[in-house]
Design a binder for this molecule. Structure first.
Ligand code: ZN
Length: 451
């Protein structure tokens, strides 16, 4: 089954009848990177999307065996290594190391499985040998499995492939490139072999980027089903690309900046809350019944909205809006009130805030936005990034803030406004809190972006 979604991960509409949700163990295979260059933001998106999905399944009570691979045998790798005068495997290995944060099986370590699978495909008459190369025979496969092409909605596959006169059908593709036994595998076979080896020929979820649907996933599925009668994938999940919003750029920097602003606000709120709740943390008991009706409503709404957005094809883009944003506003308005309250009323609000804090943190945790760092450390890192982007040091910003304070004291408001504007354009926003001035990262001015 393949789904299509509008959001982080798209699940295409190829419906099969073995849709079952009563299993508690899921096997999930995600296509990894081809290691001939440093990873880019698109690779990161695939990784983030499928890790979020992984955590979602765990939260729903599933056990998940998650496998993602490295492609370290490939034409691009061979060509780039040649240009650099390096050995292809050593060349790709440094890029694998860069990426290795996960369980990523390598093609080069699975040659036995790949060769065995190709032998099996030949035995089932879906593969043929020409001058030492091995090709997958689409016509023979379609005789057995007329579903070929359904996954990618391609009626005549193979149009993209340069015609090789040795192929029986232009849609046929290489399983092995010669010389047979000492050559190298075709593009798709490695994923069939590695998923079968680490999961089983038939497994639950296959993930990957949307651009892999055809020909890679379509042909991967055909190979697995040709080699194993019981082979197959229950659900195909594809993450969308990082979308084009600004001109020809592959992603919108302003969109990313505004997301980071929204996150800064969340981390700052949670840090302020942490400071405000510090004196009460030790005495706090989890099973307190003192939570206010308003806080209960906020917590329930947060839970329900999060579940419903995550169930909507991992609609993570809007998680921090709506109920989450209202929870942050409630926290900010409550912190100031705490000290002024009578003891009993105060304890009730403290308990409520602990409840909201727990729920808000759980959401961030599932999204992978709560690393081992504290909120204070994350805020510090984000500020450091803003300083680097602005080309300023913390000292220079402090000095500018002092100059502005002096100007305001002397009632030179033109000068103080000018300092504030200068910093704002560079992505540093000054905020006056009582008699103090603090700064936070801000979306830098786009005025000069004529390129
Ligand atoms: Zn793959």
């Amino acid at each position: 089954m393949v789904f299509t979604t509008q959001h982080d991960v798209c699940l295409n509409n190829y419906v099969s009848d073995y849709f079952r949700v009563d299993i508690l163990h899921l096997s999930n295979y995600v296509c990894g990177i081809t290691a001939y260059a440093l990873s880019h933001i698109g690779h990161a998106r695939a990784t983030v999307s499928f890790k979020v999905l992984h955590r979602r399944f765990r939260r729903l009570g599933y056990q998940v065996t998650y496998v993602a691979n490295f492609i370290d045998v490939d034409n691009n790798i061979i060509n780039c290594a040649k240009k650099n005068g390096e050995n292809p495997l050593e060349f790709s290995s440094c890029f694998c190391e860069e990426y290795r944060a996960d369980m990523c099986p390598r093609v080069s370590e699975h040659m036995d499985e790949i060769i065995k699978m190709i032998e099996n495909i030949i035995k089932k008459v879906c593969g043929y040998i020409v001058e030492g190369d091995v090709f997958f025979c689409i016509d023979k496969y379609v005789e057995k499995s007329p579903d070929y092409g359904k996954l990618s909605e391609h009626t005549r596959a193979g149009k993209r492939v340069a015609v090789d006169s040795r192929k029986r059908n232009p849609a046929d593709f290489a399983l092995w490139k010669s010389p047979w036994g000492r050559g190298r595998p075709g593009w798709h076979i490695e994923c069939s072999a590695m998923s079968a080896r680490h999961l089983s020929p038939k497994f639950d979820i296959h993930g990957g980027r949307a651009d892999l649907i055809f020909p890679h996933h379509e042909n991967e599925l055909a190979q697995t089903c040709a080699a194993y009668e019981d082979g197959g994938v229950k659900y195909w999940l594809h993450n969308r690309h990082v979308t084009t919003i600004d001109k020809e750029k592959i992603y919108s920097e302003s969109k990313l900046d505004s997301s980071s602003e929204a996150l800064y606000y969340v981390y700052q709120t949670l840090q302020d809350l942490d400071d405000a709740l510090m004196p009460y943390r030790e005495a706090f008991s989890q099973d307190s019944k003192q939570t206010t009706a308003e806080a209960k409503y906020i917590i329930n709404k947060l839970k329900r909205e999060f579940d419903s957005k995550m169930s909507d094809d991992l609609n993570t883009v809007h998680i921090l809006t709506g109920a989450y944003d209202r929870a942050m506003k409630f926290i900010n308005s409550s912190i100031g009130k705490l000290e002024k309250m009578q003891k009993r009323q105060r304890m009730s609000l403290v308990v409520s805030l602990f409840g909201i804090e727990r729920e808000a943190r759980e959401v961030l945790d599932e999204l992978g936005l709560l690393p081992t760092l504290s909120c204070a450390e994350i805020l510090k890192e984000m500020k450091q990034k803003a300083l680097t982007r602005a080309g300023l040091s913390e000292e220079v910003v402090s000095q500018k803030m002092e100059e502005r304070t002096m100007a305001r004291k002397k009632k030179e408001f033109g000068k103080s406004d000018q300092i504030r504007e200068e910093l704002k354009v560079k992505g540093i926003e000054l905020i006056d809190v009582g008699n103090e001035t603090v700064w936070k990262p801000f979306l830098p001015s786009q005025a000069n972006s004529s390129d």
